[in-house]
Design a protein. Structure first.
Length: 284
């Protein structure tokens, strides 16, 4: 039996699990959190089925969902325990010298706006005299629409050719920050870059304003560029941060199913001069 999170859960004598919904799933269900009573031995898939039974409008989104138990990605067959948080994750918004300097990281979600000056602030905060390269990246709200999330194609067609006026970001805060930390760990392991900043906006981000800032510092430019590109690509692919494009008279959720793990390392070699480019300013 299921009940909204605000009320008691009665019925099954097994366990109670908190199911969190985000973005389009949250809108369709009209609830951010639902508590469900499940029999002992129930799995993630059972928890989803219980919520979808209470809110049938969300059922069609199942092929595109990923799941997390207490902030860690989990398979649908994973068992649940009493008191667990089950997060239903809808589609989410996109060889070098090693650095011997001390590690420093700035990993944040911010509701308050920031501008270009944040890159200078972060560079001043992170860079050492040993660093010969500081790479900064800003992702901006652009006017042209992106690729709609699965199930939003018909809605997106209504706004074809229209101008985006703002983005709206929603996040699973604790899980998103944990994944930003994992990405920073991977950057250090793969590129030897130990000084990294990733700051992502939440809430409304108007046209032309930044939604994400990334800064990487390294003695050499190649690793700094590689680290910045890796950061933006992995954040967009893996962090539970959702994006809706707002138009003058409506909105569309944007994204693709979340990737649960880091992408495999690329073969060694490539550009021996270390001149790889950072992510395109068109990314957001």
């Amino acid at each position: 039996m299921t009940q909204p999170a605000e009320g008691p859960v009665a019925g099954l004598p097994g366990m109670v699990v908190r199911v969190r919904l985000f973005a389009r799933q949250r809108e369709l269900a009209g609830a951010r959190e639902v508590r469900v009573g499940l029999a002992p031995g129930a799995t993630v898939e059972d928890g989803w089925a219980a919520v979808a039974g209470l809110h049938p409008t969300i059922a069609s989104g199942r092929p595109y969902l990923r799941f997390a138990i207490n902030g860690d990605y989990a398979d649908p067959s994973a068992p649940l325990s009493d008191g667990d948080e089950l997060a239903c994750i809808p589609p989410v918004s996109g060889g070098s010298d090693h650095d011997a300097g001390p590690a420093a990281r700035v990993l944040e979600l911010r509701e308050a706006p920031f501008g270009n000056e944040l890159l200078t602030e972060l560079a001043d905060r992170l860079a050492l005299h040993a660093d010969g390269a500081v790479v900064g990246f800003l992702g901006l709200t652009r006017e042209s629409p992106g690729t709609p999330a699965p199930g939003q194609e018909a809605e997106a067609a209504l706004y074809a050719g229209r101008q985006v006026v703002a983005l709206d970001y929603e996040a699973h805060d604790t899980m998103a920050l944990r994944i930003l930390g994992q990405i920073a760990d991977e950057i250090e392991a793969r590129f030897g870059v130990r000084r990294v900043a990733i700051i992502h906006r939440t809430g409304d981000v108007p046209l032309g304003q930044p939604s994400i800032a990334i800064v990487t510092c390294s003695p050499h430019r190649g690793p700094a560029f590689d680290a910045a590109r890796y950061a933006i690509e992995e954040v967009k692919a893996r962090a539970p941060i959702w994006k809706a494009e707002h138009f003058a008279d409506g909105k569309v959720w944007i994204g693709a199913p979340a990737r649960e793990r880091a992408r495999p390392p690329e073969p060694t070699g490539g550009d021996p001069a270390g001149t790889g480019a950072a992510a395109s300013p068109g990314e957001r």
